[in-house]
Design a protein around this ligand. Structure first.
Ligand code: ADP
Ligand code: MG
Length: 262
């Protein structure tokens, strides 16, 4: 069975002044449906470039990106935008929440682009926040939340449309280690429960160790592509859950601050 994500001879060259930077060189990979895949590698190795190619955010110089049988690399901008909206979700390192919107409004936003009516949008956004243990923060602005809470809002926003695939570029890059584990725990749980395919770039070996597949990039090439044995990844996940458990406070459902902190 062909993977839900495939690339064939993917190459990306950037022109920087007179220099040419070969960011990706002949990448052919495959990610199976429902897999939690981590992309690892040194800084500057091409991880973000690869993720952006897979997500259809940038055009390859050469080669193909195929998602669910659709060739992204052959689509025009309009087709790509529609495809992304219908099938893909994104989680960003810096959360990218809209600062003037509450948590619930941020989560509801992708549903607006899908033409869902306002009452349904807010109801589904609140449901999603509840799953993330954040119902008590539904009316809060991003500035009124911790980094870990903001990232869980970011995850809720990515999940609310139930995309087939979620891409995340260092989603825990701005979080401390305990919060990172908690956030990954959430993503793993949701991916297993909903069968969503995940592709996540990370620097953290302890997080990558939980993945079904680990693709290591070095100088724009695939250095290794490993499907982890069940017992190996389960051990890493158990350790992650044990560590993140103590850090998951129950969310007070009705709590709302009297005034926004400065
Ligand atoms: P990573 O995410 O692994 O740190 P990147 O994919 O961001 O690496 O970058 C890979 C290489 O491509 C680096 O040498 C980087 O400087 C270069 N690069 C990335 N984006 C651009 C760009 N928009 N223009 C020019 N060079 C770029
Ligand atoms: Mg990067």
């Amino acid at each position: 069975m062909a993977g839900i994500i495939r690339t064939e001879g993917l190459r990306k060259v950037y022109a920087v002044g007179k220099e040419r930077v070969v960011a990706l060189n002949n990448i052919s990979i495959e990610v199976e449906k429902g897999e939690f895949c981590c992309i690892v590698g040194q800084s500057g190795s091409g991880k973000s470039t690869l993720l952006n190619q897979l997500a259809g955010l940038e055009k390859p110089t050469r080669g193909k990106v195929i998602i669910g049988g659709h060739e992204l690399s052959a689509m025009n901008e309009n087709e790509l935008a529609r495809f992304r909206q219908a099938h893909l979700g994104f989680i960003f390192q810096s959360y990218n929440l809209l600062p003037t919107m509450t948590a619930a409004e941020n989560v509801a936003l992708p549903l607006m682009f899908k033409g869902v009516d306002k009452r349904t949008r807010i109801r589904r956004a609140r449901q999603e926040l509840k799953t993330m243990g954040l119902l008590g923060r539904a009316g809060h602005l991003p500035t009124e939340m911790s980094g870990g809470q903001q990232q869980r809002v970011g995850i809720a926003r990515a999940f609310v449309t139930r995309p087939k695939i979620i891409f995340a570029d260092e989603p825990t890059g701005n979080l401390d280690s305990a919060t990172s584990k908690q956030v990954l725990h959430r993503m793993l749980t949701l991916s297993k429960e909903e069968g969503i395919t995940f592709v996540m770039v990370t620097h953290e070996p302890s997080l990558a160790a939980c993945a079904d597949r680990i693709i290591t990039i070095l100088d724009g090439k695939v250095q290794s592509d490993v499907v982890q044995a069940e017992d190996v990844k389960q051990k890493a996940r158990d350790a992650l859950m044990a560590d993140s458990k103590t850090d998951t406070p129950a969310e007070p459902v009705a709590a709302r601050p009297a005034a926004a902190p400065a």
